[in-house]
Design a protein around this ligand. Structure first.
Ligand code: DAH
Length: 346
């Protein structure tokens, strides 16, 4: 009997791994433990044994049955697993990213702003901020901009109706509030809050009463720069700005300072660049920012001694730089929230 049982066990264990489908399994199981199965036959044969041999035979059969059942159970489990997998198709991995794996990105203007801030950070500048809603004194008077200046005209700047703000909103005197038309107001706020030496850049949003077209937006961004120290000269202005444009446009860029006028700098300049990397704009000088040495009148307005301190200042349009860097021909793309445009900068 033992030899018979061993044969059934080894037959079961060697055939089981090859069984793939449920009908195959059912047929195989019937061959062993069905009414006429080989194991069933052996079990039946116990009845014919002499009484004293029955207990030992029962033990043998039980042990064999356990091994055979285990092999059958494992086979069935494997078949069920395969059946489930076939039903589900490809295995599902919930941790995989979705078919559209676009994870989001910084807006191209934010990217360029960050890049410009990084460049100035390496040159020793820190970031300063000021409010977008300013009073006329910070936006104009303190910056030596007279009442008659065109920027102070209702046609150019967004004034707020009297009484819009609480009486406690910070301002200098009884002047009106405006949406800041440039970030130069942060120069004033910084110089009132801190003592020189000062080296800051102030990125931020500006507002003008502009008709929107391919190069104008009523809402745009500037980065203001201010460096106040002993003996700051035009050489410093040129070297700071040259370093900046080289980092942004590459070392083959040419620069020039063209005399200009701003009420808060003396002398004042427009900085032009020419670069072979700018596609169809490569052959011409392009104006990219205003700059100059801080006018002593501005120092006087914020209580800094102009005999002891000197300074340089500049203001650059963020959209202008981003458009040149990326070859964008219409400023309105930045604000349209069209993903076909934005994803190009991912
Ligand atoms: N605030 C000027 C503008 O909006 C730009 C500017 C020019 C800023 C000269 C400066 C500067 O700091 O020195 O057009």
């Amino acid at each position: 009997m033992q030899a018979q049982l061993e044969a059934i066990i080894s037959e079961t264990e060697s055939a089981a791994p090859g069984i793939q489908t449920r009908p195959e399994f059912d047929a195989f199981k019937a061959k062993i433990s069905g009414p006429n199965g080989s194991l069933t036959q052996v079990m039946k044969s116990i009845g014919k044994l002499p009484k004293e041999e029955k207990p030992a035979a029962g033990k043998l059969i039980n042990a064999a049955k356990q091994r055979i059942d285990a092999a059958l159970a494992a086979t069935l489990a494997r078949i069920e697993e395969n059946e489930l997998a076939a039903k589900l198709g490809d295995p599902i991995d919930a941790s995989l990213s979705s078919p559209d794996d676009f994870a989001g990105m910084a807006h191209p203007l934010s990217q360029v702003r960050e890049e410009i801030c990084r460049v100035f950070h390496r040159l020793g500048f820190t970031i300063a901020e000021g409010p977008e809603l300013e009073s006329e004194w910070f936006c104009f008077d303190a910056l030596n901009t007279p009442e008659s200046h065109p920027a102070r005209d209702m046609q150019d700047t967004l004034f707020l109706p009297a009484g819009t703000l609480s009486k406690d909103a910070p301002k200098k005197g009884n002047e009106a509030y405006v949406m800041r038309s440039h970030t130069s107001s942060v120069q004033i706020r910084t110089m009132l809050a801190r003592k020189p030496p000062i080296r800051i850049i102030a990125p931020g949003r500006c507002f003008r009463r502009d008709t929107v077209d391919a190069t104008h937006s009523a809402n745009f961004h500037q980065i203001e720069g201010l460096w106040v120290d002993k003996n700051v000269t035009l050489k410093d202005l040129k070297s700071v700005l040259d370093s900046f444009v080289r980092e942004i446009f590459g070392t083959s860029v040419e620069t020039r300072l063209r005399p200009s006028f701003f009420p808060f700098t003396e002398p004042s300049f427009e900085m032009d660049i020419k670069s072979p990397n700018l596609g169809r704009l490569s052959d011409r000088w392009l104006e990219i920012m205003g700059c100059g040495l801080v006018d002593p009148k501005v120092f006087e307005n914020v209580g800094i001694d102009a005999n002891e301190w000197s300074g340089l200042a500049f203001g650059v349009g963020l959209e202008r730089i981003a458009m040149l860097v990326h070859g964008i021909d219409d400023i309105r793309h930045f604000y349209a929230n069209d993903l076909r445009f934005l994803r190009q900068f991912a």
